[in-house]
Design a protein around this ligand. Structure first.
Ligand code: MRU
Length: 373
């Protein structure tokens, strides 16, 4: 993605010091573009938990680099001490956020790569460096391919509408900022826009942290894609009036049977889409598929974050960034961060291998190596 004309990924190693991981502090967007240095596992864990970085793919890539730092800083006095330190760091990273499966997936992939490197500590460190890079590169490549597969859906609608704008509704930020590059839900949109298709995006603001209003709108603006920010509850009304051609959202964890966990409010959009005959697609890389979970509603852990995020909003005023209380001081607030949309409400999944139905049979047809027998 380009920011002010310069290409950036969302995470990279510092050019003159590869022991420093650099990220964009997303809490500051869209008002300030701040690059932050991470040099310890503790800093990586805090960056994930406090959402300097967020979004399933980027959480996974950050955890991958976090494990690289774990290997750098683990004691080299003995193999036992090295492994014990790395495994303790792995647990620390895994505990930061529960819903996005990419986190545990990346940490476990790092542990497996280090184990496979044998008993030599230096070889294990090299494996951790290589694996961190691979996870990030793979994430970017998968997202690019999601764009190529998903654009066909937009092209078909554009043909039908004979040049009139294709209106896509999206929720939260499953864009470039949620991954290493391109994004998932936004990747087909960028591809369509780059091919000259007249595409317009309805951007749900996505309370309480406003990832749509703050991040998706900023991203689309940087790429020159026409868009309009709407309040979270507007989607149903727009669909009733034929103002939405297609919904594309991302996912933090999708069961191999097609149930989709995504940012709170996604389920309500899926219900409205179903009621109005609007196609509802979920774009995700295979690293977001939980191959162990069958029943999303019963099994996917839903993160509950601090109620402060509901009670207090921040934004820019003439005096700089300000925080304000938006409800009675004495009222309680609850902050469920994700919900689960059952497979029956999902028209299809857009993956790096192609588009499939949200069903066990279709998912396993795309990923036959995941079959258990
Ligand atoms: O809480 P976040 O910002 O980490 O939530 C993740 C999301 O942005 C969304 O749920 C998104 O649609 C899927 S993440 C690729």
């Amino acid at each position: 993605m380009n920011v002010h004309g310069q290409h950036y990924r969302t995470i990279w190693l510092k050019e003159d010091d590869p022991a420093v991981v650099q990220i964009i502090d997303q809490r500051q967007l869209p008002f300030h573009f701040v690059v932050e240095d991470l040099t310890t596992v503790e800093a990586v864990a805090a960056a994930i938990q406090e959402m300097h970085v967020r979004g399933a793919g980027l959480i996974g890539a950050t955890a991958g680099y976090g494990m690289m730092l774990a290997a750098f800083h683990a004691p080299r006095t003995s193999l036992l001490a090295f492994r014990a330190a790395v495994e303790a760091d792995a647990l620390q990273l895994k505990a930061t956020r529960p819903t996005a499966v990419n986190l545990a997936w990346a940490v476990d992939r790092q542990l497996a790569a280090m184990r496979a490197a044998g008993d030599d500590i230096e070889a294990q460190i090299e494996a951790a460096v290589a694996t961190a890079r691979t996870i990030a590169d793979e994430d970017a490549d998968f997202c690019r391919r999601i764009g190529e597969h998903g654009v066909a859906l937009i092209e078909e609608i554009a043909r039908r509408k004979e040049g009139a704008p294709v209106n896509v509704l999206t929720h939260c930020n499953a864009g470039w900022l949620a991954f290493v590059d391109y994004g998932t839900a936004t990747a087909p949109i960028y591809t369509a826009h780059d091919r000259g298709i007249n595409v317009h995006v309805w951007v749900d603001e996505t309370r309480p942290r406003n990832q749509g209003a703050r991040l998706t709108a900023w991203e689309l603006g940087q790429h020159g894609v026409p868009h309009t920010v709407i309040v979270d509850n507007a989607g149903g009304h727009l669909m009733q009036h034929d103002l939405v051609d297609l919904v594309i959202v991302g996912s933090d964890r999708t069961t191999y049977t097609g149930d989709v966990a995504n940012k709170i409010g996604t389920y309500l959009k899926a219900l409205a889409a179903h009621d109005n005959g609007v196609p509802f697609y979920v774009a995700l890389p295979s690293s977001t598929i939980d191959w162990e979970m069958r029943d999303g509603l019963a099994e996917i852990p839903i993160e509950e974050r601090d109620a402060t995020e509901v009670r207090i909003m921040d934004g820019r005023s003439d005096d700089g960034i300000r925080e304000i209380l938006i409800m009675p001081e004495s009222s309680r607030a609850a902050n469920y961060a994700f919900d689960v949309t059952p497979a029956r409400l999902v028209t299809g999944l857009i993956t790096e291998r192609g588009v499939c139905a949200a069903s066990e049979a279709s998912v396993l047809a795309l990923y036959p190596e995941k079959r258990r027998v």
